[in-house]
Design a protein. Structure first.
Length: 420
């Protein structure tokens, strides 16, 4: 990997960001695996649990805006360390949950802590890494590795331990990454200058008036279209991935149909949820989407790539359920395609945001980006939970396809304006 990143400062920043990004998503995507257990243990409906999880996921996004402001003031290393400690602590708290209310509290702690990362990490890469497109690509790939390992590791641990102990075990890696964070050195702003021409690592915290003024500057021209396109991505991402393990459980046959090592009556077969592993594989395929799209951002207009991926994703959403009913092989193929496309969007919209925001406001711009992606996007979990209670799975996916379709139109309009 490092053959493609020859600058030592780039390597230090990217390695730090990759580990931290992976940890954020290990926690984020372990939650849907726990949800399969919580639906039974706490006797709640998908609508109720979807709303509960939306609160924590919502803070993940809403907190990104103040985090973006802080990212333009404080050193990234310190902010990310706070993020990691907070996420690990939240999973320790989660292990003590005795009811849905306690789950809400623990997930709120996680969401508030996790919200710090994306504005901080992405601003760090955009201002400190010379090979920005490649940096975004590897950063995204690490995120996808965490996204895949989160549910996979959780599913494997649940074969042997109670979910509360699994939650404790998942909290431990965050401490290891914090130790690593303070063992390396790098220049956080080596490739950018402020509008005054001076390179700085810190600046005064914005007053309310400055915040409003800077926000008005951002929300002009192309950034407006880019923001709403990002919001469509967030709504589809959260609505699709939150209940996908449960959806896959409904279309995949028992594990004993594939692995004779499991006897039909064995306890291990009962604990082995094939859907969780297919879900992890789907997320792992997203690494390829991150890499391909990340490299493309250095070669094409990211707005054009964003429009194309959104358009294909809308089509895949419509055909996902009908295709999955045509056998296990087709289920695996369409799941892999879904995972590839969902995560191919990320480096494309990250690069697009960088194109339509000045360096001085990069942290703020990514704060708004992840307010749209994970804050407003968190409503996708509640939307999907509600739709699954009143519609069939196929009808639900067709309705959810509206989000990437709108995203394709917005990104296409942005590209058209840029070209004209």
């Amino acid at each position: 990997m490092w053959v493609l990143i020859v600058n030592s400062n780039d390597r230090s920043i990217v390695s730090f960001a990759m580990l931290s990004h992976a940890m954020v998503h290990v926690y984020e995507l372990s939650i849907p695996i726990f949800m399969v257990i919580w639906l039974t243990e706490f006797s709640v409906t998908t609508a109720v649990l979807g709303a509960v999880v939306s609160i924590g996921y919502g803070l993940f996004g809403v907190g990104a805006l103040p985090a973006g402001v802080l990212a333009d003031k404080f050193r990234a290393r310190n902010l990310v360390a706070v993020c990691l400690v907070g996420m690990g602590s939240s999973f320790l708290l989660l292990s003590f949950a005795q009811n849905v209310v306690m789950i809400v509290v623990a997930l709120c702690v996680w969401g508030a802590a996790a919200s710090i990362y994306h504005p901080t990490g992405l601003a760090l890469i955009s201002k400190g890494v010379e090979a920005r497109g490649t940096g975004f690509a590897f950063h995204g790939m690490a995120g996808n590795l965490g996204i895949a390992l989160g549910p996979l590791l959780t599913a494997v641990l649940l074969l042997f331990f109670d979910w509360r102990l699994v939650s404790v075990l998942l909290a431990l890696p965050a401490g290891v990454v914090v130790v690593y964070a303070f063992s390396i050195t790098f220049d956080e702003t080596t490739v950018v200058q402020t509008t005054s021409g001076e390179v700085t690592t810190e600046r005064e915290v914005r007053s309310l008036g400055e915040f409003v003024s800077d926000s008005k500057i951002l929300f002009t021209g192309g950034f407006v279209l880019a923001f709403f396109a990002v919001m469509m991505n967030g709504l589809f991402y959260r609505s699709t991935l939150t209940f996908l393990p449960d959806v896959l459980s409904g279309v995949l046959p028992p594990v004993t149909n594939y692995f004779q090592v499991f006897g039909p009556e064995s306890q291990l077969a009962g604990e082995f949820d094939l859907a969780s592993y297919v879900y992890s594989g789907l997320l792992l395929v997203g690494i390829g989407g991150q890499y391909v799209a990340g490299k493309l951002t250095d070669r094409i207009h990211p707005e054009a790539g964003l429009a194309a991926v959104f358009g294909v994703l809308a089509l895949v959403a419509v055909v996902f359920v009908p295709a999955s009913k045509r056998g296990t092989t087709m289920t695996l193929l369409v799941s892999a395609l879904l995972g590839f496309l969902i995560f191919a969007l990320q480096p494309l919209y990250q690069a697009t945001i960088a194109e339509y925001s000045p360096p001085d406001e990069r942290g703020l711009s990514y704060g708004y980006t992840y307010l749209g992606t994970f804050g407003i996007g968190a409503a996708g979990a509640a939307i999907a939970g509600y739709l699954l209670t009143v519609l069939t799975v196929g009808e639900t996916f067709t309705m959810l396809a509206v989000f990437p379709l709108i995203g394709a139109l917005l990104a296409g309009a942005l590209w058209w304006v840029e070209e004209t």
